[in-house]
Design a protein around this ligand. Structure first.
Ligand code: ATP
Length: 452
């Protein structure tokens, strides 16, 4: 009996040992895979690394430089010192498409010493009408490589560094750090936020251009102490369904050429240090009527999530996720919050603040609002919300707007009263208040947020 029990014990033990060995093998395989992924991540962009050799520092212009750049050397604001600054500079152009090609062409021709070209895409025939550095014979070639060939023909003294891959949250800081100025010549909102965040964190001026149909826009973000960043102007991305690209909306090559050339001009002004850099202003080009307008855009937003004194964003994020939520995803995000009239501050921060277009009403008295406020909050004191004539006007403004409303106060009491009152007026509208109010925010989200 004892012998039989011992046998079955041995059998069980052998089975368990086999299971352990299997699990160990699976674990080893997983470890191996992890190591491979780590090595791949470490080596990401390693081929660029070779070309990140220290830049040569030039102290003087050569005779060839003087002959080549003579027409710009005689400009009063430019001169030999300006040319030397350009020669020693490094500019990164993200996107070698309709904007990037003319921008690179003018920067290389003007004598920019080091040009980095980022593009993950290959040249296609439908690019050739506006992406003027690429040719029929280079269709199928990497856009960065194709541009390099054309640029070296224009100016063999320019050092061209190709980054023929996607610029993303993993490699952006590493690449951008090696350059003095960045040109956003991309065509999507995720890359705009990525470049903005990386440039703001690394304090690199960002010359941002865009063109669609016959219209173009240009401005410089992250310039100097007071220059706004992209998030100061656009704190939340537009809904993806509202974004049109050149593939859908069309574009004329002369329009991208105009804006791209002006991006090169702004980059040269930033590097050389002359003229009035287009920061805090936006140039709007209407190709149809051939008019340029300069509009004043706001300066640095004091409560910007990124570039204010107390930023909430301190590292790069998943930009595809941030920008890519479609209307359904946003509804889902709201559904995650449940049907209640209250939302926890942490849920508001994680699920809503950065991703869902919404209205945040702060119902404290103006004097308290002046002490501290959340990013993008609008002050509407409780007394005003309880005033029927105000609510009537508010209802008019709300008409046809589906934005959910969030209400905050100091501790989450007045905000509940405000929500109840508003709910009675707009029963179909999504209105919630932040549980524990600003006290909860300080406790759970941002310990540096003032408490009183
Ligand atoms: N994150 C990124 N990393 C690298 N390249 C990018 C990134 N985002 C955009 N680009 C590149 O920016 C360029 C933008 O060029 P453009 O606006 O002329 O569009 P396109 O994609 O070439 O045109 P089409 O829509 O006609 O195919 C593209 O070549 C695209 O590959």
């Amino acid at each position: 009996m004892i012998a039989a029990a011992a046998d079955s014990f041995e059998v069980e033990k052998a089975k368990l040992c086999r299971k352990i060995a299997e699990l160990q093998a699976a674990l080893n395989a997983k470890d191996q895979k992890l190591r491979e992924l780590q090595t791949r991540a470490d080596n990401y962009g390693a081929e660029d690394e070779v070309q990140f050799a220290p830049r040569d520092k030039h102290e003087a212009l050569s005779n060839d430089d003087i002959a080549r750049y003579s027409r710009q050397l005689i400009l009063t604001d430019f001169g030999v010192s300006g040319q030397l600054k350009l020669k020693n500079s490094a500019v990164l152009i993200v996107g070698m498409g309709g904007l990037g090609c003319p921008a690179a062409q003018y920067l290389a021709s003007a004598g920019c010493g080091n040009l980095g070209l980022v593009d993950y895409d290959q040249v296609e025939r439908s690019n050739l009408h506006r992406q003027t550095l690429h040719t029929v014979s280079r269709c199928g070639m990497s856009k960065a490589e194709s541009a390099r060939i054309a640029l070296l023909e224009l100016n063999p003294h320019c050092r061209i560094i190709c980054h023929s891959h996607l610029l993303n949250s993993f490699n952006a800081m590493h690449i951008i750090r090696a350059y003095d100025v960045v040109l956003d010549c991309s065509d999507n909102v995720a890359t705009r936020y990525l470049l903005n965040d990386a440039c703001s964190m690394l304090q690199r001026p960002l010359v941002s251009g865009s063109a669609l149909k016959l219209d173009g826009q240009l401005t410089v973000y992250c310039y100097g102490e007071h220059g706004p960043c992209y998030r100061c102007i656009y704190p939340v991305p537009p809904p993806p369904e509202a974004v049109t690209n050149c593939g859908d909306g069309g574009v004329l090559g002369a329009v991208t050429g105009t804006i791209g050339a002006m991006q090169a001009l702004e980059a040269i002004k930033v590097i050389v240090g002359f003229g009035d850099v287009l920061a805090g202003r936006m140039l709007i080009f209407d190709g149809n009527s051939c008019q340029f307008r300069n509009i004043k855009i706001r300066g640095k937003r004091p409560n910007c999530h990124l570039c204010s004194a107390q930023p909430l964003i301190t590292g790069l994020i998943d930009y595809e996720l941030f920008c890519g939520m479609n209307a359904n995803d946003k509804d889902n995000a709201l559904q995650l919050l449940g049907p209640e009239q209250r939302i926890k501050v942490l849920d508001y921060h994680n699920l809503v603040a950065q991703t869902v277009p919404h209205l945040l009403l702060d119902v404290r008295a103006p004097a308290e609002f002046e002490i501290c406020q959340l990013p993008d909050a609008t002050n509407v004191p409780l007394a005003q919300i309880l005033d029927d004539s105000y609510i009537q006007r508010f209802a008019e403004q709300l008409k046809n707007k589906q934005y959910p409303i969030f209400v905050v106060c100091r501790r989450g009491n007045d905000s509940q009263i405000a929500v109840q009152h508003m709910k009675a007026r707009f029963p179909d509208h999504s209105i919630r208040d932040l549980e524990d109010g600003l006290h909860g925010w300080t406790k759970l989200v941002d310990q540096n947020f003032p408490i009183y």
